[in-house]
Write a protein that binds this ligand. Structure first.
Ligand SMILES: [Zn+2]
Length: 308
């Protein structure tokens, strides 16, 4: 290449960088504990935010063991968005390690998404609810898509607080997202209407919010406590119940062990539906919208197979 040619390339590169610079500077660095919250931050923030989830897609965020690079990510963040309750307690130690007061609870960059959510299964301290033992309420509240209004409200508030210049952008994107979501919720309700009230069983107790929104009737949880497999005696009780109450399908998420679920399904002649409890649990569940699309499709498929 001639000297002039090289110069021209250099100028082109410089121009390109200058074009990108305002965006690069404007992108607010956000860290979330889960992929669901990452998807919701992206829905509100668009190209003004750069988001990473500490727990990667397909991991069990409820029982996540942070890696060394997670601490680096948190150190670079201006906002941390968490599920709260007993779900991501592993974050607290990391926050102390960063020593950044803005990210700590009560700091300008700390978003507890559960704020203002109407919680289900709130029990006294120490009581087990068949899945979560601390009694703060069932933490799987993002699985009611209508709760996204509150979650994105909590997120938008923090984005506006730390980046007021883009307040209009965040508010408009949130409104657009919620409008699309509302239409989709109506569609999901129609698709799940035939399943209303039909008894089903779950491995882990992550569906109470989803069930309330879509009128599904979960009659029991297979694991007696979060992360604990059922005893053989408990399994035979479940088989009897499944036969008595005509439970025709069981749901689990990909991280739940298949063995007990398949055994029960075989014994009671039930179908199994594998659902995504979080964005990325299944390849089709790419974002918050397709998480519900995936689950609605899996449930209706299992239901139509289970009909005699
Ligand atoms: Zn759980």
């Amino acid at each position: 290449m001639s000297q002039n040619g090289r110069l021209a390339v250099r100028f082109l590169c410089l121009g390109f960088l200058l074009l990108l610079a305002p965006w690069a500077q404007a992108a607010l660095s956000v860290v979330t504990t889960t992929t669901d919250l990452k998807s919701l931050v992206e829905a509100v923030g668009g190209n003004r935010v750069s988001v990473v989830s500490l727990a990667p897609a397909g991991s069990d965020a409820e029982d996540y063991a942070p890696r060394p690079q997670d601490l680096d990510r948190l150190r670079d963040a201006r906002i941390i968005v968490r599920v709260g309750l007993d779900y991501d307690l592993w974050l607290d130690r990391m926050l102390r390690q960063t020593g950044n007061p803005a990210l700590m609870r009560g700091g300008a960059g700390h978003v507890d998404s559960s704020y203002a959510i109407v919680l289900l299964e709130v029990k006294g301290a120490g009581l087990s609810d068949g899945g979560h033992s601390h009694g703060a309420g069932n933490p799987h509240y993002w699985l009611d898509p209508a709760n996204a209004e509150i979650i994105t409200g909590n997120i938008a508030e923090a984005l506006v607080r730390l980046d007021p210049a883009n307040a209009k952008h965040y508010e408009q994107r949130r409104i657009d997202f919620l409008t699309r979501l509302e239409q989709r919720i109506r569609l999901w309700q129609t698709q799940l209407a035939p399943l209303a009230g039909k008894p089903l069983l779950t491995y882990h107790n992550n569906w109470p919010y989803f069930a309330r929104r879509f009128r599904l009737n979960f009659v029991g949880t297979i694991e007696p406590r979060s992360g604990v497999a059922p005893s053989p005696a408990a399994l035979s009780v479940l088989i009897r119940r499944m036969r008595d109450e005509q439970v025709s399908f069981i749901v689990r998420h990909p991280q739940d062990p298949a063995r007990d679920v398949d055994f029960l399904a075989r014994k009671a002649g039930a179908r199994v539906a594998i659902l995504a409890a979080s964005v990325g649990d299944l390849p089709q569940a790419k974002d918050y919208f397709s998480l519900f699309d995936t689950n609605v499709a899996a449930l209706t498929a299992a239901y139509s197979e289970s009909k005699p």
